[in-house]
Design a protein around this ligand. Structure first.
Ligand code: FO1
Length: 308
């Protein structure tokens, strides 16, 4: 049984690899909800949906989010109306948000709704929001304003300098039912190659999670989302530097050292293996670029081999 801490795209690809090598019922993904935002009155959960759509082989390959074969009639109509269109919601994807919002309004928890959606998409792993309580990543920009995650990531194309990151609601939030058990009972805990600051950061901000992870450090394996000093997708490298860490596998090792005993880094960073181990983290060098399902499956096998 493995428990994986997951953000968006990188985590989704690795989990897609894990379902090639393990029975899905042995996999629990604890997914970030700090990206969640209400658009047009609808509750959008980008990381939960990116993982779910990827595991269902339904992800939009062009964008890495939303659904394949998407149409955009609602967005086109909204544009004509002068509505909010900087955050693109495809017609099929909107159904997911309508369903989620309707069920939440009926009193269902985000965990329950996620289970129902995963079942509808034929996703058999345990897809688990880290908390059912409100959790919202907020970024204070160097030139002043505080913005929500999607404003930063999409509206500003994460191309603005960040002074600090906070997680609104974290202090009052509780791990969703079963989350702490999933960390305590896992044979292997995996920290997926997601953004350490704004994807894994919110997960660690939920009270109780960090402590539970630290108690499982010996069985916890991380995979670096940084290869050769850069993030594959998104602002992980920028944010690490802005938070005072190196944009390198050494910076990632330092960020995760309290929670993981092993860090898997790409062959491109083999020369930094010693520097990673100087952070008190065992270093394993392996191909980490997940350019295909087979590459994802191979990385999943590497993680399981390393952990055993
Ligand atoms: N990312 C964008 O860059 N532009 C978008 O218009 C956009 C829409 C969108 C809709 C649904 C969804 O689940 C994700 C979406 N994303 C979009 C990605 C989103 O910003 C994610 O939070 C990031 O991928 C980070 O995880």
């Amino acid at each position: 049984m493995i428990t994986a801490l997951a953000g968006g795209v990188g985590a989704a690809k690795l989990l897609r690899g894990f379902i090639e090598v393990l029975p899905p019922e042995e996999i629990t993904a604890l997914v970030n909800t700090g990206d969640d935002t209400v658009f047009h009155g609808l509750h959008v959960s980008p990381d939960l949906d990116t993982v779910m759509y990827t595991l269902a082989d339904a992800i939009n390959p062009e964008t890495g989010w939303g659904l394949a074969g998407e149409t955009w009639r609602v967005m086109e109509s909204l544009r004509r109306l002068g509505g909010l269109t900087w955050f693109n919601l495809g017609d099929q994807d909107l159904a997911t948000h309508c369903y989620r919002t309707q069920r939440l309004s009926e009193g269902a928890t985000l965990s329950e709704v996620t289970r129902e959606l995963a079942r509808s998409f034929g996703v058999d792993i345990r897809l688990q929001p880290v908390t059912d309580d409100p959790l919202r990543t907020r970024l204070t920009l160097v030139d002043g304003p505080e913005v929500g995650f999607q404003e930063y990531f999409v509206k500003h194309h994460h191309d603005v300098a960040v002074a600090s990151v906070t997680f609104a609601g974290a202090a009052e939030s509780r791990p969703a039912p079963g989350v702490l058990d999933a960390i305590e009972q896992a044979e292997v805990v995996v920290v997926c190659p997601s953004n350490p600051v704004v994807s894994i950061g919110p997960v660690l901000a939920v009270p109780g999670i960090r402590k539970a992870l630290m108690s499982r450090r010996d069985d916890a394996v991380g995979i670096s989302p940084i290869i050769a000093g850069a993030a594959l997708k998104g602002p992980a490298d920028r944010l690490l530097v802005e938070m005072g860490f190196e944009a390198s596998v050494v910076g990632v090792a330092r960020w995760y050292a309290p929670m993981i005993s092993t860090l898997v880094i790409d062959e491109a960073d083999a020369d930094l293996a010693t520097a990673v181990e100087a952070e008190g983290v065992r270093c394993v060098v392996a191909p980490t670029l997940m350019t295909s399902k087979e590459a994802s499956a191979q990385l999943a096998r590497t993680v399981l081999d390393v952990a055993s």
